[in-house]
Design a protein around this ligand. Structure first.
Ligand code: ZN
Length: 143
């Protein structure tokens, strides 16, 4: 992973074999980024993508084990249990242009992943919500 912080946004490039969420989480921890917007594109060697089953209150994951274009990476950074939590959604496409998408559990970079990380000057915590079974944004925590 290489990065450049000379602009208001942080530009990050992942290299082949690097895990996306693991590396971004470590980056946010190391640089004290508590809240941020995430946007990117690239390609992945594999991706584990989920769909949330609201009645079962659990994610159902499917692993795509082929090299795919990362046509869209969108999400945010907030805090959960005092640590950076990356909530990322992706669209990935195969050689025929067929696209799959959902909640990202993890993905590994193929040729490159290019990311704009835009820190926001606030702290945004997550709080467990019984009704959905999800750790939702606690907007009262934003200062
Ligand atoms: Zn999600």
């Amino acid at each position: 992973m290489v990065f450049n912080k000379t602009t208001g946004q942080i530009l990050i490039r992942l290299s082949k074999g690097e895990e996306l969420i693991e590396n971004l989480t470590k980056f946010c921890q190391k640089h004290g980024i508590k809240t941020a917007q995430v946007m990117g594109i690239g390609a992945v060697l594999w991706a584990d993508i989920g769909h949330y089953d609201l009645s079962k209150k659990e994610y159902l994951y499917k692993k795509y084990e082929h090299t795919m274009e990362l046509t869209s990476l969108l999400g945010n950074v907030s805090e959960k249990d005092g640590k950076p939590y990356l909530h990322l959604h992706v669209n990935i496409s195969d050689k025929d242009g067929k696209t799959y998408g959902g909640h990202l559990k993890e993905a590994v970079c193929a040729g490159t992943i290019e990311i704009f990380l835009t820190p926001i000057e606030t702290t945004l915590n997550r709080r467990f919500d019984n009704e959905t079974g999800l750790a939702l944004w606690d907007l009262s925590s934003a200062k």
